[in-house]
Design a protein around this ligand. Sequence first.
Ligand code: GUN
Length: 293
Amino acid sequence: MLVLDGKKLSQDIKEELKVKVDLIKAAGGKVPHLVAVLVGENPASKSYVGNKIRFCEEVGYKSTLINASEDISEDELLTIIQDLNDDEEVDGYIVQLPLPKHIDEMKINLAIDYRKDVDGFHPMNFGRMAEGMSSYLPATPAGIMEILDRYDIDTDGKHCVVVGRSNIVGTPISILLSRKGRPGNCTVTLAHSRTKDIKAELLRADIIIAAIGIPEFIKGDMVKEGAVVIDVGINRVEDASKKSGYRLVGDVAYDEIAEKASAMTPVPGGVGPMTVTALMLNTLKAATKEIYL
Ligand code: GUN
């Protein structure tokens, strides 16, 4: 079984990005600037945003963290967004999700200038993606595509089952894998909580993308021999033997599936690091105005 090592790929891309940033600096060009907006103190969100800021520092981007209080009003957050839209020095920004319940996430998403939407969540970017046009791809699906591409996984004509229909992972990866191209050209089934017989669907899959958010939901007996398994889940489960009190597990039962899969991503160290990496690739595209002027 081939372990699809997202951590290693992420390191490789980091080195590539460092070289590109050095070239930009040497030519007197604009150093990419990413802003992350974090509302409240959600520990997982803080950790994700911390990873993004650290990655920026490592590759030589400028980064800014705006940490707003949990009780910021929707209007106040919209004002921050307007300021970021207007600030020509800011190439791209993200508003870390989830937001507190009193804030309408879609209203915030729509207020983001799509030219700075390096998360790729704005309908302009989502629509362009669906049309096969250039756009900022959402980070997790883009990271998965990068893994499939760099490990030369054959997707052409394969049957791919995506489990989970979220706007940020399941739905966009189902579109990307069914699009023409490499990776792509898959026959895609998008399974979700209302799917009648998920096991039957999974057993037909050459490629499984697990993005359900339920710890170890997919068991060994639900996977065909030789399948490629991409695990998007990052779930904290209690573990008294760990200093932190928890350990991370994915959406698939790793040890059981490792006996059957031909290739799979570990958790941690699989899709997670590639998600941050994909955001950094988008930020460079924003700074060099590769997609929008
Ligand atoms: N929350 C979970 N994943 C993401 C992501 O990719 N971007 C943002 N902004 N929030 C998230």
